[in-house]
Design a protein around this ligand. Sequence first.
Ligand code: PLP
Length: 328
Amino acid sequence: MPVTTTPRVLKAEEALEHLRQLRARQPVQYWAFYSSQLGGIVTDPALMVLPFDDHMVHRGHGVFDTAAIVDGKLYDIEAHLDRFTRSAGLSKLPLPCSRDEMRELILHTAAASGKRDGSVRYWISSGPGSLGLPPAAGAEPGFFVMIFGGLTYPARWYTEGLRVMTTTYPIKPPLYAITKSTNYLPNILMQMEAQEAGLDNGVFVDEAGNVGESSNMNVAFVTQDGVLVHPRFDHILSGCTSLRLLELARRLVGGALGGVEVRDIPVAEARAAREMLLIGSSIKVAPIVEWDGKRIGEGTPGPASSVLRDLLERDMRSGRDRLIDIPY
Ligand SMILES: Cc1ncc(COP(=O)(O)O)c(C=O)c1O
């Protein structure tokens, strides 16, 4: 509804109808949503709502994580749950239920969606009850699971590569960078700044002049000697995709790669790399061909980006120890 300065007091049915109209004006690919507050799963996007006074909404006191659904299976959920529960601990958010129960709820919401490919994102919220800062007295932490189409990126990012810039926004201090909380303001501003400059994304650089990460993806490099180098995870988010890819990439050492290293990467060294990569659950592995107006390597997607993407995609489809069947 457009903003009106003379609002009426609405009946419940009218409010719901307005929520439905909002969704009709802005179609979304949200297929199933579990909410501990609703006490079940809904498939009508108009009902996928939270009380406005949940502290996750008005103070950003919540954590989340996102995993992939691939061909009817959930990929690498244990790594995502490890990071999720760690982020909850760092945020002083009590777990709403056990880890096993969270996994079950995720699987059952995925089953209710009926979709065999997509994404699952889930949150723990501080809960409703006041507009204050710490959780309200007696607040019940919320648990939410959304099954959706996933973030998608232009095909040209893979075929031609991305152009990025060093963001002018400061990198998050380490505690906040390693916690996957719902506070994404620096990440959002970085991506908007890049788009406004006609570029695809931004890169955080830390105070010591080392490469950090991108908006919702990690950044890695292939040196002129063919070594895959990744920034240390103590001041950036520990990407589940990066962690798995670093493990898989070790199999290529002696062949496509000369080595795999996780260490500080000074910007000057990074700029001289043969290849620069973006890595994450949604993007998988994509080549960056230009950074701050300067070419990376030849200025075209290099071989490592596609070799590593293939390796990851194969693991997502057939890495038996990392896939769980969704109980449709
Ligand atoms: C800030 C940030 N860095 C890196 C990543 C990559 O993490 P993952 O590989 O688990 O998607 C994400 C995505 O969640 C992110 O938000």
